[in-house]
Design a protein around this ligand. Structure first.
Ligand SMILES: *Cc1c(COP(=O)(O)O)cnc(C)c1O
Length: 405
């Protein structure tokens, strides 16, 4: 590689951030230690005074976690990163570290359930005003951001309806209102959408999803400028303790090495499945960002370099039809995780989005017939076969039932 050229993403996913000890190990070392030793009392004093850089305690920082943080910062194109125990720890600490009583937070309504809870239930307990908007409605963003605001939180594409937010337009409005923009980029991954390039200030991830990608560990990441991480985020992080276990960091480092291959293959399969579902009479609607039929197709093409690994669709026949389909799968597994090598299917209305209530679900477009599919790494033809046999099973029953009514 010419030395004046930055390594490509695929290479950074494997090499960026590596620390090699004097034992010259090839794979990243797992520093499974809670604390670090000092040569002398004077050294310890100097470390605590901030005069010497030295690991102190794994709640603050750990070398295996540092490798993951530096690798994620490199692939995101961010100045700094801190990793957290879960994706929710990332969202929660990214938000709370910078908020105070009297602040106002504007969020796109289509959010992961627990993010929705933080904004609608937790923030008001501290006198922070939450404002929800329809993420696709620029007039609503404009109205909500016409007064001083501390933070904007949004997810794009969203879970489970794959709604998108125009990152550049919202970032411009948010900055004019004095807000920082936090983007939950889990569904897109850093490979398919680069929020910082569209004006976002902070990007958060659940590393549990595509970064591990093999359903093993929980983890999260917060990325932003060096100044924001050091001055706003780090004091909160260090003193409240949402730190990532070095063991989980090590697993996620290994996951990143294959992430580009996995996400590319799973996205190709997801598009093929979305196109197939669009052709089926049992299916009333399909949502996939890069399909022509997606209501925000143009935005997806501008903002994303691929549609991702998730497909959402709606069946004729409501909950009974959806349950019959889920129960009919032989290969695809019922599970509420996503971004896994195994294909996973969820019925949002009765699981991930049960708690938000029927009214909010209907505002988000989640019906009793909505099914969310996280496409894995299995052979695509076999996935299509599994979907076909489950649809035939369900539709046979559905038509029989319809004939009886
Ligand atoms: C899973 C998920 C989270 C939460 O991550 P955890 O690792 O489960 O805590 C947050 N946002 C989105 C979009 C997610 O999919």
């Amino acid at each position: 590689m010419p030395s004046n050229q930055k390594p490509r993403l695929e290479t950074q996913l494997i090499h960026a951030g590596r620390i090699r000890t004097n034992l010259h190990e090839n794979a990243e070392a797992l520093f499974l230690t809670s604390g670090f030793a000092y040569e002398s009392a004077e050294t310890a004093e100097a470390v605590f005074l901030g005069e010497i850089e030295h690991y102190q305690y794994s709640r603050f920082a750990n070398p295996t976690v540092t490798m993951l943080e530096d690798r994620l910062a490199a692939i995101e194109g961010a100045q700094a990163c801190r990793c957290t125990a879960t994706g929710m720890a990332a969202v929660h600490s990214a938000m709370l570290s910078g908020l105070k009583t009297g602040d106002r937070v504007v969020a796109a309504r289509a959010l992961f359930g627990s993010c929705h809870w933080i904004i609608s239930n937790l923030l008001p307990q501290f006198g922070i005003e939450p404002v929800f908007v329809d993420g696709a409605d620029m007039e609503a963003w404009r109205a909500a951001l016409s007064q001083p605001t501390a933070q904007v939180l949004l997810e794009s594409p969203s879970n489970p309806m794959l709604d998108m937010v125009d990152l550049r337009a919202v970032a411009d409005l948010a900055h004019a209102a004095g807000a920082i923009v936090i983007v939950d980029n889990v569904f897109a991954t850093p490979l398919l959408q680069r929020p910082l390039e569209f004006g976002a200030d902070v990007v958060v991830y659940s590393a549990t999803k595509h970064m591990d990608g093999q359903g093993r560990v929980l983890g999260g990441a917060v990325l932003g400028t060096k100044q924001w991480i050091e001055e706003v985020f780090q004091p909160y992080f260090r003193n409240t303790g949402p730190a990532l276990s070095p063991f989980n960091a090590w697993v996620i480092l290994k996951g990143l090495e294959t992430m580009a291959l996995r996400v590319a293959a799973q996205s190709r399969a997801a598009l093929a499945i979305a196109e197939f579902l669009e052709s089926r009479p049992e299916v009333s609607r399909v949502w996939y960002p890069t399909l022509q039929s997606h209501p925000q197709h143009d935005l997806a093409m501008r903002q994303m370099s691929g549609g991702g690994t998730m497909v959402t669709f709606e069946l004729h026949g409501g909950k009974a039809a959806a349950f019959r389909l889920l129960n009919g799968f032989r290969l695809i597994t019922i599970s509420n995780n996503l971004g896994d090598t195994k294909s996973l299917v969820t019925h949002p209305a009765t699981t991930t989005h049960m708690r938000i209530g029927a009214e909010e679900r209907s505002r988000l477009g989640i019906t009793d017939g909505t099914v969310r599919l996280s496409v894995g790494l299995e052979d695509v033809a076999e996935l299509l076969e599994d979907i076909t046999q489950a649809l035939v099973e369900y539709s046979g029953n559905w038509q029989r039932r319809a004939a009886l009514i």
